[in-house]
Design a protein around this ligand. Structure first.
Ligand code: SAH
Length: 252
């Protein structure tokens, strides 16, 4: 996948590929990343890309000319089929489903706004607006970096174990199951017996049960959306009865 980020702060945005999985995605060639400095497309010698809003009011607006030229240059660099995404609090909310969908694109061009946002007339050049959540950031850079991180780990071959994104929270509409590592007993807390059993079918069943339980307790809205199958509903009942059993134990 080829990603271009259009920004006033290219050095800041590049931080996202300096560590962890996004860095690995670049090192292995799964991800090609470039931060494009919007100021290089300024129409004046002063490298300005913003101006006062028509109609008055506070703040500045990003001029359409430099943005449009930067999008054209980004498309020339990574292909005209690249999807142009403006980071915006007015966009569709980021979700694992959206990240999965975007990870199948050959190219993404991410536009980071600053100030009051973009001149409305660049809208025809934008395919999609994406939001990090219902709050207002001072710029689109952090949202773009979040998107790059979430997409990079879904690119083929990037995560060590091919299946390891599959069990992640949201991938199948459930939260992830709990994880344990050594030591087997830590401050009186033992790792659940079943995980030491070596019985893979039993372990898979236990993990699914815990995932159903965690989702029911923490995100009941997700469980409602799923309309659980008979066996899954049974596993969830089992989780809940074991849990109330444990609670009664501790209250005695
Ligand atoms: N006046 C605008 C906000 C401008 S904030 C409005 O109320 O809609 C400046 C820039 O920060 C935006 O252009 C956008 O690129 C980015 N931004 C702010 N909040 C964001 C969010 N929740 N998700 C993604 N980008 C955001």
């Amino acid at each position: 996948m080829k990603v271009e980020v259009i920004t006033l702060f290219p050095a800041f945005v590049e931080q996202v590929i300096t560590a962890g999985i996004p860095r690995k995605a670049v090192d292995t060639g799964a991800l090609q990343f470039h931060a494009r400095d919007l100021r290089d497309y300024s129409e004046g010698a002063d490298r300005r890309v913003d101006d006062r809003p028509y109609g008055g009011g506070p703040g500045m607006v990003m001029e359409p000319g430099p943005l449009s030229d930067a999008i054209t240059a980004a498309k020339a660099a990574i292909g005209s089929s690249a999807k142009v995404i403006a980071m915006s609090p007015q966009g569709v909310a980021m979700s694992q489903a959206l990240m999965k969908q975007l990870s199948a694109e050959p190219g993404l061009i991410l536009i980071c706004g600053r100030y009051e946002g973009l001149d409305e007339r660049v809208t025809p050049q934008i395919d999609l607006e994406v939001s990090l959540g219902d709050f207002v950031l001072s710029g689109g850079e952090l949202a773009a970096m979040v998107l790059v991180d979430a997409v990079a780990r879904l690119l083929p071959g990037v995560l060590g174990h091919e299946g390891s994104a599959e069990a992640d929270s949201f991938s199948v509409g459930l939260l992830d199951h709990p994880h344990y590592t050594r030591p087997p007993v830590w401050r009186d807390a033992a790792v659940p017996e079943v995980l030491l059993s070596g019985d893979h079918a039993k372990i898979a069943r236990w993990r699914l049960k815990q995932a159903l339980g965690a989702t029911f307790l923490k995100r009941p809205d997700l469980i409602e959306k799923l309309s659980l199958s008979g066996p899954h509903a049974e596993l969830l009942r089992e989780f809940l009865s074991e849990r109330s059993g444990e609670k009664n134990q501790t209250s005695k």
